[in-house]
Design a protein around this ligand. Structure first.
Ligand code: HEM
Length: 139
């Protein structure tokens, strides 16, 4: 009995931490890490390491591609008759992001580092716009 109580209590402590992240948030966190790594690659002294850059671009692309088949948590807050439209707009924006990442890969392959840096700014703006439109207020 005592053991069961201890088990239940420890589960009660543990379960809220399971809420942690939605599947979309998990992908977004991978994207965050990939952009952080990319920034570090580009800020390192000397010519950027193309192999490392392309590896991080691939990581970013894979996570963005996976995010496109998920739905924002905010969709549940949207009136039912507007929900499909909201989700479609989200998907369109994420697919635009994937295209921007493809351009980033092309610039990096060509070793056009100025274009890579500029494209990082474009992607960052998409992040800001996407979050403003599709993320819940307090997330
Ligand atoms: C490289 C670009 C992006 C990065 C690095 C990024 C990063 C993140 C991070 C770290 C979170 C977790 C919440 C937080 O800690 O603030 C998040 C959440 C979220 N992001 Fe992004 N994001 C990017 C682009 C986008 C775009 C383009 C969209 C929409 C088209 C978007 C939609 C969302 C949504 C909806 C959430 C909330 C998660 C949920 O609803 O389950 N993000 N993002």
């Amino acid at each position: 009995m005592k053991i069961h109580l201890a088990l239940v209590l420890s589960l009660l402590v543990f379960i809220p931490s399971l809420h942690a992240a939605t599947p979309l948030e998990k992908k977004m966190k991978v994207m965050k890490q990939a952009t952080k790594d990319l920034k570090a690659d580009l800020e390192a002294s000397g010519e950027p390491d193309k192999t490392a850059v392309l590896k991080h671009v691939t990581k970013l692309r894979e996570a963005a591609e996976a995010a496109a088949s998920l739905e924002p948590a905010k969709a549940a807050d949207i009136p039912k008759d507007k929900r499909a439209e909201f989700v479609a707009a989200y998907k369109k924006s994420i697919e635009a992001l994937v295209k921007q990442i493809d351009e980033l890969a092309q610039f990096a392959s060509a070793g056009n580092w100025n274009a890579v840096k500029k494209q990082m700014g474009v992607i960052n703006q998409s992040r800001r716009d996407g979050h403003e439109k599709f993320m819940r207020e307090r997330e």
